[in-house]
Design a protein around this ligand. Structure first.
Ligand SMILES: Cc1cc2nc3c(=O)[nH]c(=O)nc-3n(C[C@H](O)[C@H](O)[C@H](O)COP(=O)(O)OP(=O)(O)OC[C@H]3O[C@@H](n4cnc5c(N)ncnc54)[C@H](O)[C@@H]3O)c2cc1C
Length: 310
């Protein structure tokens, strides 16, 4: 579904990706009422992990959670939350209320007093993804809104969120690559040189070779994506390695495929109606959304060298 959505609209694919990530946590650790609301399409979710202090090191929140009777008081500076103005609730990370765990997770309703969303999204690509910083200053939520045990956030991030996020954001990258290949083929077949007896752009071997490379790269990315899904579904021993690999592979492939599409469609690619420049911009986020490609290269390197990831 997200792959098909991304062919048309990168922002919708991003919103759905973050919704499903939040939903995966809610499904395992949330209340029945919220799970029912999600199932009936009445609850939009998202992740509120990244913070201005630890940024892409999302596994290390600095925001705090202070126990106060039947409530918990949250203070944090979240740097980016997709669907910030529209989500019904955020799946929110903080330091644990007690103990030596790295983090705890909470379901935090957007309407909670003490939360403030600043500004709107005004960045490169993904115009409709509604990512914005969110601050919590003394935000009181019911202690019962904890998702999983106190201090168990890290395990949920790695065991539930990361596989979901990795496979879904990869779906978006594959979808955008497919759209780029399609648009480029269409463009190369339709653009003619009048002074060369109306020969089409795709009659140039250079252009055909670039399109071939785009097709190969897209198919390679799709094959790894399918294999990652198979590995997860069948509980294969290499499933976690595939989870780490597939996000980096599809994000970097999408960057290259869209760059080639810009080259092949050339001056025309700068025009919005050709449909390449938007995907070129939209593919960028997957590279730096945490875990970023560079972090993944480090994790994968450690994993294959037999070193601990953290
Ligand atoms: C459109 C968009 C939507 C987003 N939506 C959400 C959301 O819904 N929820 C959420 O929680 N977050 C979200 N994020 C935040 C995102 O996941 C990242 O946390 C954030 O973009 C990282 O950027 P930074 O500049 O803060 O990274 P920094 O941490 O400052 O990293 C800067 C650079 O250093 C590199 N780097 C850092 N650590 C290492 C390492 N250990 N090894 C190698 N290289 C390293 C990074 O790869 C990067 O290139 C969103 C971001 C964007 C752009």
């Amino acid at each position: 579904m997200i792959e098909r959505l991304a062919r048309e609209c990168g922002s919708s694919a991003m919103v759905m990706t973050m919704h499903y990530c939040g939903t995966a946590v809610i499904e395992k650790h949330g209340s029945e009422a919220v799970r029912r609301a999600v199932a009936s399409g009445k609850h939009l979710s998202t992740l509120a992990f990244s913070e201005s202090g630890s940024r892409s090191h999302f596994w290390a929140p600095l925001g705090t959670a202070r126990a106060d009777g039947a409530h918990v008081v949250l203070d944090a500076s979240k740097s980016w939350i997709t669907s910030a103005h529209h989500a019904d609730a955020y799946v929110w990370s903080s330091r644990p209320t007690a103990g030596s765990g790295v983090s705890s997770l909470w379901l935090v309703e957007r309407s909670t007093a003490g939360l403030s969303v600043s500004g709107g999204f005004d960045g490169i690509g993904l115009r409709g993804n509604d990512s914005a910083p969110v601050k919590a200053v003394g935000a009181r939520i019911p202690a019962a809104n904890r998702l999983g045990g106190d201090g168990e956030g890290f395990g949920i991030m790695m065991g539930t969120v990361l596989p979901t996020f990795s496979v879904l954001i990869s779906a978006g990258s594959v979808g955008m690559m497919e759209a780029a290949v399609e648009r480029t083929i269409e463009h190369a077949g339709g653009m003619k040189y009048a002074h060369l007896s109306g020969s089409a752009l795709h009659e140039l071997p250079t252009i055909r070779a670039y399109i071939a490379r785009m097709r190969i790269q897209t198919d390679m990315a799709r094959a790894l994506w399918n294999d990652a899904i198979t590995a997860l579904e069948s509980g294969r021993a290499d499933a976690m390695l595939r989870v780490l690999e597939v996000k980096a592979a599809t994000a970097e492939s999408a960057r290259e495929v869209l760059d080639t599409a810009m080259r092949v469609c050339a001056g025309q690619a700068f025009r919005k109606d050709v449909g390449v420049e938007r995907r070129f911009r939209d593919t960028r986020a997957a590279l730096i959304m945490a875990p970023t490609s560079d972090q993944l290269y480090d994790f994968i390197g450690k994993a294959v060298c037999g070193l601990p990831l953290f």
